[in-house]
Design a protein around this ligand. Structure first.
Ligand SMILES: C[S@@+](CC[C@H](N)C(=O)[O-])C[C@H]1O[C@@H](n2cnc3c(N)ncnc32)[C@H](O)[C@@H]1O
Length: 405
């Protein structure tokens, strides 16, 4: 039954300012009226300075995130949002969920329910939690994704958080290569903007239908100006300006090599790539005898495949080192959530490779008689023939993100 709007909004206000708030979203518009922002989201965060209410708004073009202190500041910010003619409010606290829809006649249709799941700890950048992005975040209602995919994405974001400097500031250009349904793309955008960064993100996938779907989703989220999608191959898609940060989650087979090669060519400062299936080196190992005395490693098909996986990622990391990156291969998520749980994580340091690095790479490919796809894409690392100052490295680009002084 419809209720007076003012009374219902007073109830919403109390919930928004309640310490038990877990999240709230305002969106839509009332008949004949238009809010100044298309969407607003509120959630508690815990910063070094203490608890804050994080308010993220979007005017349809640019997101804006701020953290307000509890008390008068939060009260004023909440009052300003409640004065906007939003058509819907969705508010969740530890104890209850309230959904308010403004009817055509300007009354409130309110649905109240007891909380259906335990409340998460207030979010924060500096405390241990099970999740970096709460799986109940309204974002996931829009982007979907299985529980396993959410877990992978969350773990990937943790690895990202551990890679970027804490004091990073300035605009950050990001690309997600082989983005598929863009779960990681959208989650990364939410996470990075939540850290207060000004993010411009491009998702690349060879499938045009994915581009259309993802672009529509970005529009619905109010992020269309900052999260764009391009249909094209990872090797050739036009991404301008060049990104600072390259992400790739389970880009198939040698698409991961394309992603790493593009990252090197762009001179990206950070690269996180979780490889998927590896067929290229497995086929090369199958077509020739193993060097003595390693025949036992590749005689059985399953061992050959697993060995090819290890060899592929070891050589990828080795090649990145030859191109000025500090590279490591880590497990980013438990294998319960995906057997493809390795992550190649690299940071541009811009130093020339050592003789030992050149030699270890050369000897490994030489002994096994393989040509990694990444080496071909990088057109035979010059480091193999002569001491080499990587062409694509050096000082960060003048317009790249900086660290707070
Ligand atoms: C296994 S899906 C992973 C999608 C997404 N990153 C995720 O983890 O949910 C791999 C995606 O990469 C895309 N892809 C494969 N090879 C590609 C290439 N060479 N260029 C662009 N996209 C590619 C596929 O179309 C597919 O959407």
């Amino acid at each position: 039954m419809p209720e007076p709007l003012d009374a219902a909004l007073t109830e919403v206000r109390a919930l928004l300012l309640d310490p038990a708030l877990t999240r709230a979203v305002a969106a839509g518009r009332r008949r004949g009226q238009r809010p100044t922002v298309v969407r607003a989201e509120l959630r508690p965060v815990t910063l070094k300075a203490g608890p804050r209410l994080q308010i993220s708004t979007s005017d349809g073009a640019r997101p804006y995130t701020r953290n307000v202190a509890p008390g008068a500041e939060a009260g004023a910010a909440v009052d300003a949002l409640l004065a906007e003619p939003f058509g819907n409010w969705h508010v969740e606290t530890a104890d209850a969920t309230l959904q308010l829809r403004v009817t055509k006649s300007g009354e409130a249709q309110v649905h109240r329910a007891a909380a259906s799941r335990p409340a998460p700890e207030p979010g924060g950048h500096d405390r241990a939690k099970d999740w970096l992005l709460d799986p109940g975040d309204p974002l996931f209602a829009e982007i979907g994704g299985s529980a396993a995919k959410r877990r992978q994405v969350d773990a990937f974001l943790r690895a990202l958080a551990a890679t970027l400097p804490d004091d990073l500031t300035g605009p950050l250009r990001v690309v997600d290569l082989g983005c598929g349904n863009a779960y990681l793309t959208f989650a990364a955008y939410r996470f990075l903007t939540g850290r207060g960064l000004d993010v411009d993100l491009v998702g690349v996938d060879v499938r045009e239908d994915q581009r259309r779907r993802n672009s529509e989703l970005a529009g619905r989220l109010g992020w269309a100006e900052r999260v764009r999608f391009v249909a094209g191959t990872i090797a050739d898609a036009v991404v301008e300006p060049a990104p600072d940060l390259v992400l790739a989650l389970h880009a198939c087979d040698t698409a991961t090599d394309e992603a790493l090669a593009r990252a090197v060519r762009w001179g990206a400062r950070w690269v996180l790539a979780a490889p998927c299936c590896h067929h290229d080196l497995a086929a090369q190992l199958r077509s020739r005898p193993a060097p003595e005395p390693y025949d036992l490693l590749t005689r059985q098909g399953i061992l050959r495949e697993r060995f090819a996986d290890v060899l592929t990622d070891a050589l990828r990391a080795g090649l990145l080192r030859l191109h000025g990156y500090r590279a490591e291969v880590v497990e980013f998520v438990d294998s319960r959530h995906t057997p493809r749980n390795l992550l190649i994580r690299a940071r541009l340091i811009g130093t020339a490779p050592t003789d030992a690095q050149r030699a270890e790479y050369r000897e490994l490919v030489g002994q096994w008689g393989v040509t990694p796809r990444l080496a071909t894409l990088l057109a035979d690392p010059p480091s193999l023939t002569a001491p080499h100052q990587p062409a694509s490295v050096g000082a960060p680009r003048p317009d790249s993100p900086t660290r707070r002084a």
